[in-house]
Write a protein that binds this ligand. Structure first.
Ligand code: PGA
Length: 251
């Protein structure tokens, strides 16, 4: 396993000044941390100033979304050409994009292809809904999301997959290590390997959904889990740094 990965998804939070302050505090606290790869995903409007503030640091930047077209009449959208100068990663297929903005796997697939074409590394989010879970369909649902989102791709560059059960996002109810173990090995890893062959073995898998400094160690203990995608707790500087620190030592 390589370095652990901790992604902070700030979602639609923070004024511009608050975002800059948070990024610079995280940067100073992470100065001497080399065992963890920290990636921050601030709102679009703060990406460029935060990129400048993080210049020369060991922290990477991600956008929270991206459209697949390069330019044109797409009011309100941000293209891969605009992002590639600014950040190395992009979160795609987050469940809030899927449920609130009706993004389907076909759209996410176009976004993954566009990101890879422009050298932006996708953090592809997948996860079952509470209905899938109740029906015992979690594995089928997650497998389909991966297959359709990666359709037509035989080479995925430095893709990461984040397993984020929808029922665990922002609810305080995280998935148990047993569920994460089952989904990450029997579904995510096996689907990646069947689609991509040996290169599917090296794709990092993250867990996301109500991660806090108190429970992060349980997730990192899971066999296939290389890191975490943190929402709410990434807005609390002390807690986020605690999560990063706890991600340092191998479990
Ligand atoms: P949460 O969000 O940590 O607040 O549950 C995770 C996510 O949406 O990526």
């Amino acid at each position: 396993m390589g370095r652990r990965i901790v992604v902070g998804n700030w979602k639609m939070n923070q004024s511009h000044q608050e975002a800059l302050d948070l990024a610079s505090k995280v940067q100073s606290a992470c100065e001497n941390i080399s065992e963890v790869h920290v990636i921050l995903a601030p709102p679009f409007v703060s990406l460029i100033p935060i990129r400048d503030c993080l210049y020369g640091s060991n922290i990477s930047l991600a956008a929270q979304n991206m459209f697949y077209q390069e330019s044109g009449a797409y009011t309100g959208e941000i293209s891969p050409l605009m992002l590639k100068e600014v950040c190395d990663y992009v979160i795609l297929g987050h469940s809030e994009r899927r449920s609130i903005f009706r993004e389907c796997n076909e759209t996410i697939n176009k976004k993954v292809i566009a990101a890879l074409k422009h050298g932006i590394r996708p953090i592809l989010c997948v996860g079952e809904s509470s209905r899938d879970r109740q029906l015992g369909d979690s594995i089928t649902a997650v497998k389909l999301q991966i297959e359709e989102s990666l359709q037509g791709l035989s080479h995925v560059g430095e893709l990461m997959v984040a397993y984020e059960p929808v029922w665990a996002i922002g609810t305080g109810e995280s998935a148990s290590p047993e569920v994460i173990d089952t989904i990450s090995s029997e579904c995510i890893r096996s689907t990646l390997v069947s689609l991509l062959g040996d290169s599917g073995k090296a794709i990092p898998i993250l867990y996301g959904g109500s991660v806090t400094s108190l429970n992060v160690a349980e997730f990192l203990d899971c066999d296939q889990v290389d890191g975490v995608l943190v929402g709410g707790a990434s807005l609390d500087y002390k807690q986020f740094i605690d999560i990063v620190n706890r991600s340092q030592a191998p479990a």
